[in-house]
Write a protein that binds this ligand. Structure first.
Ligand code: CDP
Length: 229
């Protein structure tokens, strides 16, 4: 099927498999994939390394000016970089996960990430995942999905992912981190995580990723009256 130059927004809770799904979908449709969470994670790593955030989550307001010089970008294989340095591994650690939500609640951090997403998205043919893509960043996205899954399924998925990456996670800590991030993400003042009224809900607790792709392709076909080639 030939899909028009649209924007697909995937929002939802932590560890619902948004990024694995969005990456696969982008590959199938020949779309660009943009991981907004990776940008928040990149800002968090930068803030931690440059000591703009304290262990008790106090944020030095000098971070705002420092962001002007932060060269955060994606390579064509989706890896995240600061300048010449690939930070893909560092941004996925529990250390970054433990401070990303307070950082992402700061309005000037959100403005920084939103501007970057707009710059990278260009004229469309892009699929993005995050918390507020369909509500705030691209409210006119043609297809919006709100992903959800049972909390225990999500915690187990994230735990398995960290083990695969060679970390040594504790399941209870992973569960607690997801709970806290979901809470902060849903209750912050600036663009909290919420379902856009025109977003389709996808509960993937008992779905495989290929079932998800088939489901969303069905939505796209229906919306644009497309047929298989
Ligand atoms: O992969 P996971 O679902 O755990 O999270 P992520 O997409 O990498 O996002 C990490 C964190 O960034 C989230 O918990 C949010 O605090 C923040 N975030 C956000 O506030 N808005 C977005 N559009 C994307 C991420």
């Amino acid at each position: 099927m030939t899909v028009p130059d649209i924007i697909i927004a995937i929002d939802g809770y932590s560890s619902t498999g948004k990024s694995s799904f969005a990456k696969l979908m982008a590959k199938e449709l020949g779309f660009l994939y943009l991981d907004s969470g990776a940008l928040y994670r990149g800002v968090t790593l930068f803030a931690q390394e440059e000591k703009f955030i304290s262990p008790s989550n106090e944020i030095n307001p000098a971070l705002e000016a420092a962001l002007q010089g932060l060269d955060l970008w994606f390579a064509s294989d989706n890896r995240t970089f600061i300048g010449e340095r690939c930070i893909e591994k560092e941004i996925r650690t529990m250390e970054v996960s433990s401070q990303v939500s307070p950082i992402a609640a700061v309005p000037y951090v959100r403005r920084f990430v939103d501007a970057k997403l707009h710059e990278l998205a260009g004229g469309g043919r892009v699929i993005m995942d995050g918390r507020d893509i369909g509500t705030t960043v691209f409210p006119n996205a043609e297809i919006k999905i709100f992903m959800t899954a049972a909390p225990e399924v999500r915690a187990q998925r994230r735990y398995d992912e960290l083990v695969m990456k060679g970390e040594n996670p504790v399941l209870e800590e992973v569960q607690e981190n997801l709970r806290q991030r979901d809470y902060i993400d849903s209750h912050r003042e600036t663009s909290p995580l919420s379902r856009a009224s025109d977003a389709f809900i996808l509960d993937n607790s008992n779905m495989t990723i290929s079932e998800e792709v088939a489901w969303v392709k069905g939505l796209i076909k229906g919306k644009f009256n497309l047929y298989d080639d």
